[in-house]
Design a protein. Structure first.
Length: 251
């Protein structure tokens, strides 16, 4: 959708990182454990499976990072903290929101708008038992990467669509946005048209001030707009989530 939903460019480096170090892998596991409230021991098999899948995803991203502009990062640690853990920090709020909508995750068809390198769609698809997750992007290069990721991960229901938001042909119960530019009335109208009546729109944001401004623009279209703080392990930066529901009938 033009520039809408596209992630920022990666900083230029002469040589891309060769892969995840053991320290990066440990950080990933510790972060996921922290997000689970430290109760990973009760689900060690699930934790190991999730970490292994995320590691494969990140290894593929690092491999492609030297060839195409996918996502902004300086080190593999940035990918783990600023992108994977940031994506997964919203899981409790997603589960809570779906319950408020009267939906079980297994009933939910989700779409990651302007998926770029696959954040937050890929980590969430690996973490949650959603019926499906569509990674939507209009960039052919990014779509090629995302299709490779889908082939590598073999996650049922995970797919890629090369299209603009305006080209979506059916509504979704869950819409995810992590970078949307320009965030104008046209983009908001497109999001409202692509959301099912019982669904929810979740927008990842940074500072409280910019989050409040974005939420205010949504209130003209959605009857229920909330701002919730996100606690991302190892990240010293403000992160918030906007949750928008109930499209106004006049829109």
């Amino acid at each position: 959708m033009g520039k809408a939903g596209r992630l920022g460019g990666r900083s230029r480096r002469s040589e891309p990182p060769s892969g995840l170090s053991q320290a990066d892998k440990l950080l990933l596991r510790q972060g996921i454990t922290a997000l689970a409230g430290g109760q990973a021991a009760a689900a060690e098999a699930e934790l190991s499976q999730l970490c292994a899948a995320l590691e494969r995803y990140l290894q593929e991203l690092l491999l492609w990072s030297g060839r195409t502009d996918l996502v902004k990062f300086e080190t593999p640690r940035d990918l783990v903290v600023r992108h994977v853990l940031d994506s997964l920090a919203a899981v409790p709020l997603i589960e809570q929101t779906l319950a408020q909508c009267g939906l079980q995750p297994q009933q939910v068809n989700a779409c990651d708008i302007g998926s770029g390198a696959g954040f937050p769609g890929v980590p969430l698809a690996l973490r949650l038992p959603l019926a499906s997750m569509v990674l939507l992007d209009r960039s052919a290069a990014r779509v090629a990467f995302l299709r490779t990721v889908c082939a590598v991960l073999h996650r049922p229901g995970l797919s890629v669509t090369e299209a603009d938001l305006a080209q979506l042909s059916h509504p979704f119960e869950l819409l995810l946005v992590r970078a949307l530019s320009p965030f104008d009335s046209r983009a908001i109208a497109g999001l409202s048209r692509s959301l099912s009546a019982a669904g929810a729109l979740l927008i990842y944001q940074g500072r409280r001030e910019t989050t409040a401004a974005a939420a205010a623009r949504l209130e003209a279209v959605f009857a229920d707009v909330q701002i919730r703080a996100l606690d991302v392990p190892f990240l010293e930066a403000d992160r918030h989530l906007i949750i928008a529901r109930a499209v106004r009938k006049s829109c």
